[in-house]
Design a protein around this ligand. Sequence first.
Ligand SMILES: Cc1cc2nc3c(=O)[nH]c(=O)nc-3n(C[C@H](O)[C@H](O)[C@H](O)COP(=O)(O)OP(=O)(O)OC[C@H]3O[C@@H](n4cnc5c(N)ncnc54)[C@H](O)[C@@H]3O)c2cc1C
Length: 343
Amino acid sequence: MNTQRQEKLIQNNVDLSSYSTYEIGGKAKYLAAPGTIEELKTVLEYARQNELAPFLFGMGSNILFPDEPMEKMIFISLKELKETNIDEKGWFVSAGMPMSHLALIGLASGTSDYDFCFLLPGTVGAGVYMNAKYYNRQICDILDTALYIDMNDPEFKVQSIHVDTCDYSYKNSIFMKNNWTIVGAYIKHPNFEELSKGIKEISRLEKIVDYKNPSELPNFFKYYTTMAETWAKENNGQVPESFENVVKDRGSKFHFDYPSCGSVFKNNYDFGEPMGKVVDRLNMRGTVRGGASISAWHGNMIVNQGEAKAEDIVHLIDQVKKSVKEAFDFVPEEELIIVQSKS
Ligand SMILES: Cc1cc2nc3c(=O)[nH]c(=O)nc-3n(C[C@H](O)[C@H](O)[C@H](O)COP(=O)(O)OP(=O)(O)OC[C@H]3O[C@@H](n4cnc5c(N)ncnc54)[C@H](O)[C@@H]3O)c2cc1C
């Protein structure tokens, strides 16, 4: 493996805070954002040769990075893997494509199948990994086949798995039980002729609308609402009601006003009430720790009010877990991924 090629892909001492919608995280000694699967393999090879633990992620919208990252960890964001095309197997989408992009392509190709992805932060790879959902629609409804690399494979071969064998359930999948990295997916579509037009249409709009770091939530919101409005204007139509409802729903919970990672805990369906309501019963909204607080608008969100540290968020998580255990006799499970810190 060409060392120069490898080193060109690796950046050193990078602030993880700009790779997370929490805008929290210390400096990573090693970070890479490969733009192709070949580059990803080169980075993985580098990690193996240098005995670095790879931490793979997408847009950082469900991650709490540590204030002091481990020195022997290499952080690999797949958010630059953003290819989409139609080939002989179907509609291929790379792992780093934002899920919200699927909603736009659906809009431009005449289907509402992906409307639930509109303004759902994060990448397709992560959505496939944890079966991202919005109300009663989830990624496994639209997935046909996932492409992944088994991180234990000496050759890092790309393998495929059909949705029926991915063991999907609520926020769970076969990927979460294995050391597999999703590099892309084949997504179902009802009409490939329309899809082809829709992909071209959205890629043309991408050149007009200004794109900034989507890990900053206001940028993410502005970009996708502007894309939808631009499409609607050009097509002499209205932004669909389903998109507007998402804007209202997420807007009412102030999803894009403060750095956060969305819901912190998974719902406990055995208990019978969503975690937001459980936290409300304990009157914990607004509880502050350092620069972090439990959102005043949604009990299952902890927001960064500006200068929060990872330890502030972890403290509030522990406080909720302890209070819920005492009051309702169960310990809520985190949805948020907390990355291990140096100490
Ligand atoms: C304001 C807000 C609202 C949200 N609303 C929702 C919602 O309605 N529904 C919902 O489901 N989620 C929601 N989320 C959470 C988030 O959108 C999802 O968890 C999303 O799937 C995360 O995507 P990501 O690319 O940012 O993943 P990251 O945060 O980068 O990674 C999350 C996890 O996935 C793993 N991972 C990422 N990419 C890959 C890959 N290619 N292969 C294998 N593993 C991978 C990472 O290792 C990590 O463990 C919300 C978040 C925010 C900030």
